[in-house]
Design a protein around this ligand. Structure first.
Ligand code: LAG
Ligand code: CA
Length: 520
């Protein structure tokens, strides 16, 4: 069902302008305000489409709910992605696995059962969070770990006891892929994936020694669908599917077909985690018939453009004139895009919060460029790749606090908040008036609605360019808003001439962004 929908949308996009198509979609997916739901409209089989989302990585449920109400809804974020909410491994000692801390962040990627008892809170807290977010106009997307169970340990946050292939009340050994030569077995000597270009191994062998579910079996598919449908029943709008590449298209499609409609009466959003690098059916492109895919190649191109000063990185902001399908990435409409996520911020593939102003600038640029469905990543500060989020001795995660220096709170940066509003204001207007100095300053318009410039150099630059905007005075949304005939924060207005040109000072490692909503 989803596949035929995707084809229809694809054909539709070819026939109509992107603007017209997006207007139709936006009208169809407005949150109605009746969060309690109602009778699903059977004639509607469309999927959910996220606007700008934020990944509040391993924020606890109480903190996510409060952030939806106080920050995300008012700022115009349309959705929030949350960490895997199911019960998981709770390590009890050092020495099993390579971790240097007792409760590394990745405990939550080893499910034990599907009760919502986790490091982030209880089931009641999860439900209250989803309700608070929906009431604030923010949809909730859940990181769904459905490829595997655990690779270590014996007890969970929910107090369950398990072994590698036995999870009482949920799965027994018959529900897993095992080492062997049968069609549903893993042929390698270790039972792990030796060759990441071999689809049989990628689908049926163990990733990182994690017990691999036989996702082709109806029993496993039904168990997973029950879990995801419970979340949908609580108001969740879609999923980031962990290790989707290791589940494979046909099992993913079978599970998706079992999913209910969301409280907005549409099929859930389905964003598949598929690392690039492997050929053919294992490529991210090959998963776009099953859902959206994560922009794991886009993060590298963004890193290379913004880190051009480093000798092992090639590129400059000028290279971003061609970004998206034209630079070899998956199609925009099929991609959940970001500057980084929780894996790439640790593995060198992407910029991360430690890159400071360049990182913030890259996030502002992605929101302006509009490739994919942009997601801002916001996690916690770390020193080693295993570090736990701030938590107590039992691993229970502390309330997120944007003032104690432990959480990056990237999404609260004023420049990013301003660009979320800019993104919403310009909508899907096409890019025009692309200008560059050939190096690290670029500028472009979005229709006649918005204009933005980016300077990834250490010296301020003055540019004289065509903005595509109507004559007048505008406030730079990265530092201010128009209010009462003035720009807030004492910002100096930017003047656009009658012919649409403007002369604008763009600070070092800074952006300037203007839109119709912030015209004096
Ligand atoms: C993912 N996507 O496909 C997640 O985005 C990624 O964060 C997950 O790895 C991975 N797949 C499995 O869900 C993370 C950590 C791993 C960690 C794993 C399981 O990056 O380091 O593995 O979660 O918790 C850890 C140890 C491994 C060990 C494994 C099993 O680091 O050395 O083999 O546990 O015991
Ligand atoms: Ca698998």
């Amino acid at each position: 069902m989803y596949t035929s929908l995707a084809r229809r949308l694809h054909r539709g996009a070819a026939r109509h302008t992107a603007l017209a198509a997006a207007t139709v979609l936006a009208a169809g997916f407005a949150i109605t305000g009746s969060a309690s739901g109602g009778t699903p409209r059977e004639h509607s089989a469309r999927t959910d489409v996220p606007g700008v989302t934020v990944n509040l990585f391993e924020w606890n449920w109480n903190s996510v709910g409060a952030e939806c109400t106080n920050v995300l809804g008012p700022a115009g974020f349309k959705g929030v992605q949350v960490a895997p909410p199911q019960d998981s491994l709770k390590r009890t000692s050092l020495g099993d696995g390579s971790a240097t801390v007792l409760h590394p962040w990745w405990e939550v990627y080893q499910p034990v059962d599907y009760a919502l008892t986790s490091r982030m809170g209880s089931e009641a807290q999860f439900k209250a969070m989803v309700s608070a977010c929906r009431a604030a106009g923010v949809r909730v997307y859940v990181d769904a770990v459905i490829n595997h169970m655990t690779g270590q340990g014996s007890t969970s946050y929910g107090g369950r006891t398990y072994t590698h292939f036995s999870y009482p009340g949920v799965y027994d050994a018959s529900n897993f892929h095992h080492q062997g030569t049968g069609p549903d077995q893993c042929p390698t000597a270790t039972g792990g994936i030796d060759d990441f270009n071999n689809k049989h191994q990628v689908f049926k062998c163990e990733l990182l020694g994690l017990a691999d579910l036989d996702t082709s079996s109806p029993q496993v598919q039904n168990t997973l669908a029950d879990y995801l449908n419970t979340l949908i029943g609580y108001g969740v709008s879609g999923f980031r599917v962990d290790a989707a590449k290791h589940v494979g298209q046909s099992d993913l499609d079978a599970i998706y077909a079992l999913l209910h409609r969301t409280k907005d009466h549409v099929k859930p959003y389905w964003a598949l985690e598929v690392f690039g690098g492997a050929p053919g059916i294992l490529s991210p492109q090959a998963f776009t018939t099953s859902g959206n895919v994560l922009g794991l190649d886009d993060v590298k191109q963004i890193r290379d453009a913004f880190k051009s000063y480093q000798k092992d990185h090639v590129g400059s902001l000028a290279t971003l004139e061609v970004f998206g399908a034209g630079s070899g990435l998956t199609p925009s409409a099929k991609t959940l895009s970001f500057v980084t996520n929780h894996d790439t911020e640790r593995n060198g593939d992407a910029l991360n919060y430690k890159d400071g102003a360049r990182y913030l600038l890259a996030n502002e640029w992605l929101l302006a460029d509009g490739y994919g469905h942009p997601q801002v990543f916001s996690g916690f500060n770390w020193n080693t790749a295993d570090d736990s989020p701030p938590s107590d001795a039992n691993g229970i995660i502390a309330d997120a606090d944007c003032s104690n220096g432990q959480w990056t709170c990237t999404h609260r940066n004023p420049g990013i908040l301003g660009m979320v509003g800019w993104h919403n204001d310009v909508g899907t207007a096409a890019r025009s008036n692309f200008w560059t100095d050939g190096d690290n300053v670029i500028a472009f318009s979005k229709g006649h609605r918005g204009w933005a410039a980016f300077n990834n150099g250490a010296a301020a630059q003055t540019v004289t360019v065509q903005t595509g905007l109507a004559q007048g005075s505008y406030c730079d949304v990265t530092i201010s808003k128009a209010a009462g005939g003035q720009c807030t924060n004492g910002a100096t207005p930017v003047h656009v001439n009658a012919d649409g040109t403007a002369t604008v000072l763009v600070g070092a490692f800074s952006a300037v962004a203007l839109d119709r909503q912030n015209k004096l």
